[in-house]
Design a protein around this ligand. Structure first.
Ligand SMILES: Nc1ncnc2c1ncn2[C@@H]1O[C@H](COP(=O)(O)OP(=O)(O)OP(=O)(O)O)[C@@H](O)[C@H]1O
Ligand SMILES: [Mg+2]
Length: 583
């Protein structure tokens, strides 16, 4: 894990927000002058003059060599296709990581290892950030940079480990557990940012003990955290996690596009839809056009969503489009979903149909928010006071209206910062400046190790009985260090001491496990997963058992968990190789 180096060893924070739909970076000096706000600058990696994120897209040539990233990748790809050449364009590949897929799939259905695709993306952004900082301050010394990489709060330890490795392959850090890299949970950073950038009157109402929910509505995920503020408005930010983070990995804005494409599939029929998918350039253009319609869609206000399909060229003639629309309208008699042809190759998508692309996502989001509001009262007896909406999807007038309509009350305020899409980057910079502002989190799993205990026939099943040197033991016992849903302080150290059962034993093997259950008896129970192991020398065969004790420590760090075992002589084994990557 990253043990926090003294903050004064760093001069700058560089935060990278690698998003499903868009990516960017921010730079902030570590030093914040008394009474001043941190100076955070956000940059578009593809355009120095812009302070928004760029599209997350990466282009490789047919041999797998990196060509371009972001909007450059999209432009270059269009040119390559125009020249009737080929290349591999990847988009939305962060979603592959959710399923721990080995490979990312390009727009034309070819594959490259996901690790390569992600680490090349990070490398591009990191190189741009260092270039920018060099321009600002002259020579940049990497050891003086605290890197922060944002990850969805919903992700597990294995995903986080993957990102650390990708950052190492990108040359950002030189070892996997380098303290120079912190992972920041996306909505958590945003929670810091929302207070920091809030207007005076809002900030003044964000006082101690207020409960704040952050909805990070991004391209792929909607990530939700609920915090309790531990600080008064004029004090430095401090909070604890109030409910475990939750949300949905497939509820983001990209899935509006997915529902739109399902509609196209129905309208086009199998053959034309196959042509559409094959014609990568036309597909990109149509999706770009739809993106524009999606962003401004605001039922009740902006009614017209006119889609241009001319990009399909000869694949879709004007007369063929007319036939398709007639077919659609005769199959779907609902007058609210009837299509109208506009010009040679345009169609008007009626608001009810547009709404149907968003609704399945909104249902999930509102249901979850409702559930969390109830849980807050039922399990903790406290109401949520604020909902902050961040992430690009929170710019949607439709989503904002639905959340406000459903949840806003006199004592529950819904706030959307001015530029919600960059909240995560700004928040990650603030987290980098002061990682200790989050004091505790709620453990999503139960963590423990395997042990033997004295056999108790009342408690233990007979098949777990083993006899060692004449004594009866129960084997495979799950000894929990931390239980699911329990609050764990940041950098909280959990220590337990174990002694060997056999006098002749010279090595102790400690195996770490985790489970989603709160209570678990045995390591071979259902849903228990092995994380990793440590084997430590414990002395000579005939030394007394008391002299062979081993201290096992689990530290729940700022964003990772680490394990150590220390024997009687003080030899320490650090950070066993938890097999995060394999799951
Ligand atoms: N007005 C809008 N309406 C709907 N969606 C929008 C709007 N503006 C931006 N988006 C969507 O927001 C997404 C980008 O937002 P953001 O940068 O927060 O997501 P991300 O960080 O890429 O995704 P994630 O956090 O899920 O990995 C894009 O998918 C874009 O389509
Ligand atoms: Mg995001």
């Amino acid at each position: 894990m990253a043990i926090l180096k003294d903050d004064t060893s760093y001069t700058h924070v560089i935060a990278i927000d690698f998003g499903t739909g868009a990516s960017g970076y921010g730079i902030a000096p570590m030093l914040v002058e008394a009474g001043q706000k941190p100076r955070i600058e956000v940059f578009n990696p593809c355009d120095d003059l812009d302070d928004q994120k760029t599209s997350t897209a990466i282009l490789f040539d047919d041999e797998g060599n990196f060509l371009a990233f972001g909007t450059h990748a999209l432009q270059r790809y269009a040119e390559i296709l125009d020249d009737e050449e080929s290349a591999l364009l990847f988009q939305s590949y962060k979603m592959h990581l959710l399923h721990m897929d080995e490979n990312a799939v390009s727009l034309d259905a070819r594959e490259l290892p996901l690790m390569k695709v992600i680490s090349e993306s990070l490398k591009y952004i990191a190189d741009k950030a260092v270039e920018k900082l060099t321009e600002q301050i002259g020579k940049v010394i990497n050891s003086k940079i605290r890197w922060v990489l944002t990850v969805p709060a919903l992700w597990g330890e294995d995903h986080k480990q993957f990102m650390r490795k990708a950052a190492m392959n990108a040359g950002i850090i030189d070892s996997l557990n380098s303290p120079n890299l912190l992972l920041s949970l996306e909505p958590e950073g945003a929670s810091i940012q929302c207070r920091e950038d809030a207007e005076e009157n809002i900030r003044n109402s964000l006082d101690k003990d207020k409960i704040v929910m952050v909805l990070d509505c991004g391209g792929g995920t909607v990530d939700i955290t609920v915090h309790k503020l531990m600080c008064e408005p004029e004090e430095n930010f401090l909070c604890e996690e109030f409910l475990p983070s939750s949300g949905g990995c497939e509820w983001g804005s990209k899935y509006v596009d997915a529902h739109f494409e399902k509609f196209l599939e129905k309208l086009f029929g199998e053959e034309l839809y196959a042509d559409y998918k094959r014609n990568a350039l036309a597909r990109l253009e149509i999706l770009k056009h739809f993106e524009m319609l999606k962003r401004k869609f605001n039922p009740g206000k902006e009614e017209r969503s006119r889609l241009q399909l001319s990009y399909l060229g000869d694949d879709l003639s004007s007369s063929r489009l007319k036939e398709l629309i007639e077919e659609w309208n005769s199959n779907i008699p609902d007058p609210l979903i009837q299509l109208k042809k506009r010009g040679a190759s345009g169609i008007d998508i009626p608001p009810t149909l547009m709404k149907s692309f968003f609704e399945p996502l909104f249902e999930k989001i509102t249901e979850k928010v409702n559930e969390l509001m109830q849980e807050s009262v039922s399990s903790k007896g406290e109401e949520i006071n604020f909902i902050f909406m961040v992430g690009g999807f929170s710019e949607s007038p439709y989503l904002k209206a639905v959340i406000k309509e459903t949840f806003e009350r006199e004592d529950l305020h819904i706030l959307v910062p001015r530029r919600p899409q960059v909240s995560v980057i700004r928040g990650a910079c603030l987290f980098g400046i002061n990682p200790r502002s989050i004091t505790s989190r709620i453990s999503k799993k139960t963590y423990g190790i395997n042990t033997l205990t004295t056999f108790d026939p009342e408690k233990h099943p007979e098949e777990k009985k083993v006899i060692i040197e004449g004594e009866e033991f129960c084997e495979d016992v799950f000894d929990a260090f931390v239980k699911k849903d329990h609050s764990v302080g940041i950098d909280e150290v959990h220590v337990k001491t174990y002694c060997p059962v056999r006098a002749r034993q010279t090595v102790m093997r400690i195996i770490f496990y985790c489970t989603e259950q709160e209570d678990v008896l045995f390591i071979d129970d259902e849903h228990v997963e092995q994380l990793g192991e440590l084997s430590i020398d414990i002395g000579r065969p005939f030394q007394s058992v008391e002299d062979k004790t081993v201290k096992v420590t689990l530290v729940f760090g700022a964003t990772n968990i680490s394990a150590t075992a220390t024997n009687f002589e003080g030899t320490e084994l650090r950070n066993c190789d938890f097999k995060f990557e394999s799951s």
